[in-house]
Ligand binder design. Structure first.
Ligand code: ADP
Ligand code: MG
Length: 239
């Protein structure tokens, strides 16, 4: 669970996040929508300590994220899936998924392999264990990336536009895996342009623009009855 107070992030003079206050509860699925450049990726990266906030506080399970927090623990518990899959190209699919449990969590090889095979089955890729990433489609690579994130047995997953780099016909296979995770109760924060997914799957939708949370609420409120002019304009452009 995250509690975020007045989070700000600047790059030089560019104020990218301006006083973001929100909480993310365990078991929640939150979709973040908004125009390009509004700070969505920066926000996710702050949650995972890939960026250092300029101002404000982020608490993770009651602990302030600062120098004293164990970054390794945070990254183990809060996984991230990127737009570009970033698989290790020289490793097989199986090895990609086994790598972090073995090298970060010090899991025994046999146990890591069992875990990796069960996760590959979960994302529908049991038969691709011995393939190399370059031999897979983008949708398959992204499903491996999700299995790899799950291999750390995280409490929460952050997704940054996980389907934006995919050909349209490959988007659904990835969204289906994410829907399954939701059914299992995984906490997820998903930056996405897939409005259908945001509407069906999320508990809460956050609309960001120019570094602010402009509006947030249940999907039906945001999509059917947006209160803010800027939300309406954005939805009119993308829907
Ligand atoms: P979004 O994900 O909503 O498209 P980003 O968080 O990627 O938005 O970017 C928000 C703003 O921050 C943009 O103006 C972008 O150019 C700037 N920005 C993002 N990352 C960096 C960086 N590492 N250094 C400098 N500027 C950055
Ligand atoms: Mg982004």
């Amino acid at each position: 669970m995250f509690n975020i107070f007045e989070l700000g992030k600047n790059y030089g003079d560019n104020e990218v996040l301006k006083s973001i206050t929100m909480r993310i509860d365990d078991g929640e699925v939150i979709c973040i929508i908004g125009p390009s450049g509004s700070g969505k990726s920066t926000f996710l990266r702050c949650l995972n300590l890939l960026e250092v906030p300029t101002s404000g506080q982020i608490y993770y399970d009651g602990t302030l994220l600062d120098d004293k927090l164990d970054t390794k623990r945070l990254r183990r518990e809060v996984g991230m899936v990127f737009q570009r899959f970033n698989l290790f190209p020289m490793f097989t699919v199986l090895k990609n998924v086994m790598y972090a449990p073995m090298h970060v969590n010090k899991m025994k090889k046999k146990e890591a392999e069992e875990l990796a095979r069960s996760l590959l089955a979960k994302v529908g890729l049991a038969n691709k264990a011995d393939a190399y990433p370059a031999q897979l489609s983008g949708g398959q690579q992204q499903r491996v990336a999700i299995a790899r994130a799950l291999a750390m047995q995280p409490k929460m997953l952050l997704f940054d536009e996980p389907t934006s780099a995919l050909d349209p016909e490959l988007v659904n296979e990835v969204l289906t895996v994410m829907r399954d995770l939701r059914k299992e109760g995984m906490s997820m924060v998903v930056v996405t342009h897939e409005m259908g997914f945001a509407r069906d799957v999320s508990d809460r939708v956050i609309f960001m623009d120019k570094g602010y949370i402009v509006e947030e609420g249940a999907p039906v409120e945001i999509f059917n009855h947006p209160k803010e002019e800027r939300t309406q304009q954005f939805l009119n452009r993308v829907l």
